[in-house]
Design a protein around this ligand. Sequence first.
Ligand code: GMT
Length: 377
Amino acid sequence: MNRPLKIGITCYPSLGGSGVVATELGKLLAEKGHEIHFITHSMPFRLGKFHRNVYYHEVEVSDYYVFRYPPYDLSLASKMHQVAELQQLDLLHVHYAVPHAICAYLAKQMSGDRLKVVTTLHGTDITVLAQDESLKDIIRLGIRSSDAVTAVSADLIRETCDLLDIREPIHLTYNFVDKRVYYPRDCSDLRGDFAEPREKVLMHISNFRPVKRTCDVVEIFAKVNAKVPSKLLLVGEGPDLPKIQAKINAMGLSHRVHYLGKQDDVAQVISLADLMLLPSEKESFGLVALEAMACGVPTIGSLAGGIPELVVNGSTGFLSPIGDTDSMAASAVRLLTDDALYANFREACLIRARTEFCNDRITAQYEKIYYDVLGIE
Ligand code: GMT
């Protein structure tokens, strides 16, 4: 057994799949005996109670009067360096190329080459930001100056290499779910709060940004509901939510939709659903489809980004071209009206989540990357 490591983790600590993955990874590594130092502007929302071997260092931004824009990136880089020195960190594992990989690069310049940097790409840093010519070079620097780079899907690796002309290897490290948390929960009591026994429950969870195509969620739901009496549970909040609410009202569906807002206990909420809807325009991975899979809930989604690497079309869900709501609705109706088919999909979901995307497997992959960059056999 190799020696335990001292690891600094930086992520976006508020809601979002990347923050969830970074926080859960930190907690799992801490359980394995590593010392984890979160270096973020606020407490990662999934950190919750006290955990042995987990520490939190808050980045405070100077509001010195000459600053028109308080320099968060410089404060973060300085904090990374300070924590690295004080705690004798072995490495920084940053989630997102900008600004985190750049801040880690600066911290390494201050601390010296003994401090290694591992960067995980989650998607929007590449699929959205790297499209912006003014940011391309700095994202490329963040990636090239890291000692190791990982990405959450093969599709994201391909897009990163194409867009940024990256030749260095990028490790494929899929996202994971903790099998102790994500499993089918008994929701028989709770389900009655949202749906009649004869009704099916469709669910969408996101930050309601345009990339999620939440209008398609409503379209799919309307088409399904016309054939199979159903309820739609919308979880999360974001810029497109008012538009969606207006659409739902205009379509006369408001009595069939429940808005659950932001929810912490996602495994419990997902267990209420029969199907997860994920018709995104872009999705480097689609963590919510994995969370649903682990709870035995198949996904109806789009053939976007990394979704097909996660959802096996025709086995753990059905995928259709982006925007093809007719096809997505038809697939949903097929699954909801064939009990034997649905049972097969549910079983396939549980097996796939437990084998391919289980926390033990992915955590071990990250540990190997850490030991490799540190030159520890
Ligand atoms: O999807 C979002 O808008 C949030 C974003 C994030 O920063 O958490 O999600 C990205 O990272 C997740 C974790 O790796 C992935 O599951 C999401 O697919 C990815 N989002 C996009 O690619 C749009």
